[in-house]
Design a protein around this ligand. Structure first.
Ligand code: E4P
Length: 214
């Protein structure tokens, strides 16, 4: 399983990139709004730092407006992927963009059927939202497993991004469920490093070293 960073914050993108573990970045309108900057500028800068796919989401709801908006976003950099919500207009947009060779990441996926439709329309990525399903007492990881199983059974190349990842256990479970990618907030990415025995081990090594070298 690969890691994407789920952030529109340039400082976080630079820090995560320096760790050498992120293969791409996902953003959404809420994350961009938090930065109080123009979307094109933010996406341009992220796409220059991280060479892998950088998802930028359309705001328009109608097909007629989604397609030109997506084309403009796709022009920002070669590695920009267009995030499109799973609606009728979204599906038509995915199909039109695929015909033009523009990659898409279909977002707000909450069922296996939505994921299958998105894949058949030509999506490069689908993003099932794990945490938001858990929030309403459904099983987000089960959805990841169902979608990856269906794609494997039917030889579908669309990659599954486990999204709405809230904590380290989601990451392990998404990897075990066969997710191709997990997109994680910076805080979660860094928390994957934490283990109390690692901290205790470092402290003890340092103590022993100091004693022997007094
Ligand atoms: C990623 O593509 C999504 O935009 C993101 O993971 C949503 O996460 P949230 O449910 O924590 O807002």
């Amino acid at each position: 399983m690969k890691f994407f960073l789920d952030s529109a914050n340039i400082a976080e993108v630079r820090e995560a990139h320096a760790l050498g573990v992120i293969a791409g970045v996902t953003t959404n309108p809420s994350l961009i709004a938090r930065e109080k900057q123009d979307i094109k500028g933010v996406i341009r800068e992220i796409a220059s730092i991280v060479k892998g796919p950088v998802s930028a989401e359309v705001i328009s709801a109608r097909y007629e407006e989604m397609v030109p908006e997506a084309r403009q976003l796709a022009q920002i950099a070669d590695n920009v992927v267009i995030k499109v919500p799973i609606t009728l207009d979204g599906l038509k947009t995915v199909s039109a963009l695929a015909a033009e060779g523009i990659k898409t990441n279909v977002t707000l996926i909450f069922s296996a059927n939505q994921a299958l439709l998105a894949a058949r329309a030509g999506a490069s990525f689908v993003s099932p939202f794990v945490g938001r399903l858990d929030d309403i007492s459904e099983d987000g990881i089960k959805l990841i497993k169902d979608v990856t199983d269906i794609f494997a059974i039917h030889d579908i190349n669309t990659e599954v991004i486990a999204a709405s990842v809230r904590h380290p256990l989601h990451v392990t479970q998404a990897a075990l469920a066969g997710s191709h990618i997990a997109t994680v907030p910076y805080k979660v990415l860094v928390s994957l490093l934490n283990h109390p025995l690692t901290d205790a081990g470092i402290a003890r090594f340092l103590e022993d070293w100091k004693k022997a070298n007094m």
